[in-house]
Write a new protein. Structure first.
Length: 499
């Protein structure tokens, strides 16, 4: 029987392991959202920083609902394997920065204690866009979001992000403990200020005496994170076993590329993430916009259209010549909406993204990327379309992507097989589309969903016409044929500039 990973000394010399003794370093970070991305990104940067400069900066990882992550990591003393893959091959590294893995339903008191502990100087988050309960129209709380509704009703027993953070900040304020820095690491525009606005609104409703304290004295640095991390599968665990010689129930795989851009505002200190490769800047927004529109926007487009074309993985999409042409068109069009960034060549960035998407060693499912589409469409596609519209730039790439989402929202393949949208507005979309058949009616119906489409696009006849034209082709001809025709009609120079 193969031993289970639980101590670095078990590892063969070929596997990198912490260059420090994990037990010698106390926790200083609580991370909410203990999923694969955090384990591939922030926990890795922290592991490297601990090895280079030490400090009490290990991580208490928290899952808000599922006990799975805690069940995987606790028996392994928080250790897990990261398998990094690129065109040249793969390597394994064991991470030691996670001090504890907890689940809110099972470990509530331990989590609350950690949040109010003076040792906790940073609370970071990766809960996905839908996890926050943000009202896109107001920027405040969405009172219909299940966790927000529950925490507004019983703020003394929080279960969601806003409730937990406001409760903890209120407790610390009452005890005279300095507030922790709140570090959002999700793909949201201006994610630090956005989270501040959410918490201030929640506090005004439940703890008004600390609302001003949160607004003025709590740090919310913005961040941009980038590392493609597929969902783990049985092959991941088998690869970890082969590379380490040990069973590792918490192993993950990711690409070798990684990037983290952070506003350097940490009043209570931070790990030496800069020594680990993080980039500290005064303003993250331009980097964030570049990533949201070029990487994330293109990723969403290829996921909707790739999934509907029968491509299970992103690497399969990148072997479809017609889709690759449209992917490059989207990259170029998105780049044209961006301000110039010092020392950043957007054409080279587009090329690098195409190469990363084509990584044959990553099994990144299109259906996984297509999840939660209504949370992603506004900032990844529609915001770029509005800027292109204002600048008089072509809208076709964004109209094509939007039509791809609308075709995906029909929840059926060309052959009639149905699938779940896995979207927080899935039931609302299904009800709205009931009895709606023509492309024009679908465009009109989905464009009218509250808080989704900017008015400037809804009132643009050219935009509506282009989205309808593409969607009509997808319905009438089938998605693959519509993609082929769209690629054939795309102007060559647009593609060539980023090829």
């Amino acid at each position: 029987m193969t031993d289970r990973l639980s101590h670095p000394d078990q590892l063969p010399e070929s596997v990198a392991r912490p260059s420090y003794t994990p037990a010698d370093h106390g926790p200083g970070i609580v991370h909410i959202g203990l999923g694969a991305f955090h384990k591939a990104h922030q926990a890795v940067y922290t592991d490297t920083a601990l090895g280079l400069h030490g400090g009490d900066w290990r991580i208490i990882g928290v899952s808000l609902r599922s006990p799975e992550a805690a069940g995987e990591l606790a028996p392994q003393n928080g250790l897990y394997t990261v398998i990094e893959r690129d065109m040249q091959g793969s390597s394994a590294r064991v991470i030691g920065s996670i001090a504890a893995a907890l689940c809110l339903p099972d470990d509530r008191q331990s989590i609350l204690d950690a949040l109010v502990s003076p040792a906790t100087r940073i609370v970071s988050l990766t809960v996905t866009e839908k996890g926050y309960g943000i009202d896109r129209t107001t920027g405040g709380v969405d009172i219909t979001h299940p966790a927000i509704a529950a925490d507004l009703a019983t703020p003394e027993a929080p279960i969601g992000v806003a409730g937990l953070l406001v409760w903890a900040l209120a407790q610390r304020h009452a005890q005279g403990t300095p507030p922790f820095t709140v570090l959002c690491c999700d793909n949201l525009p201006e994610n630090g200020p956005m989270l501040r606005e959410l918490l201030v609104d929640f506090a005004r409703r439940t703890a008004p005496d600390v609302a001003e304290h949160i607004a003025t004295e709590v740090a919310f640095p913005a961040t941009m994170v980038d590392r493609i991390t597929p969902a783990r599968n049985a092959d991941t665990l088998a690869a970890a076993r082969e590379m380490t010689g040990l069973e590792d129930a918490a192993a993950i795989e990711t690409e070798r590329f990684t990037q983290w851009v952070i506003e350097d505002h940490f009043p209570q200190g931070r790990p030496a993430w800069d020594a680990a490769g993080a980039i500290f800047v005064q303003d993250v927004a331009p980097f964030e916009m570049m990533k949201l529109r070029m990487l994330n926007g293109t990723h969403s487009m290829l996921a909707w259209c790739g999934f509907l074309s029968g491509h299970r993985y992103v690497r399969d999409v990148m072997r479809d010549a017609a889709l690759v042409g449209l992917i490059r068109r989207h990259l170029h069009t998105a780049a044209a909406t961006l301000p110039a960034l010092p020392d950043v060549d957007l054409g080279a960035y587009a090329d690098a993204l195409a190469t990363r998407f084509a990584n044959p060693h990553l099994a990144h499912e299109t259906y996984q990327i297509a999840m939660d589409s209504t949370e992603k469409l506004p900032q990844r596609i529609l915001a770029a379309a509005v800027d292109a519209q204002a600048a008089g730039l072509p809208l076709r790439a964004f109209a094509f992507a939007t039509a791809g989402w609308m075709r995906y929202a029909l929840a059926r393949h060309d052959n009639g097989d149905e699938y779940g949208l896995r979207d927080p507005r899935e039931a609302e979309i299904a009800a709205a589309l009931s009895g709606v058949e023509s492309a024009a009616e679908i465009v009109k119906t989905l464009s009218a969903l509250p808080g989704l489409f900017p008015e400037t696009l809804r009132q643009d006849a050219q935009w509506q016409s282009e989205v309808t034209e593409v969607l009509d082709a997808m319905i009438a001809l089938g998605v693959k044929e519509a993609i082929r025709r769209e690629a054939s009609a795309s102007p060559g120079p647009e593609v060539a500039q980023v090829s």
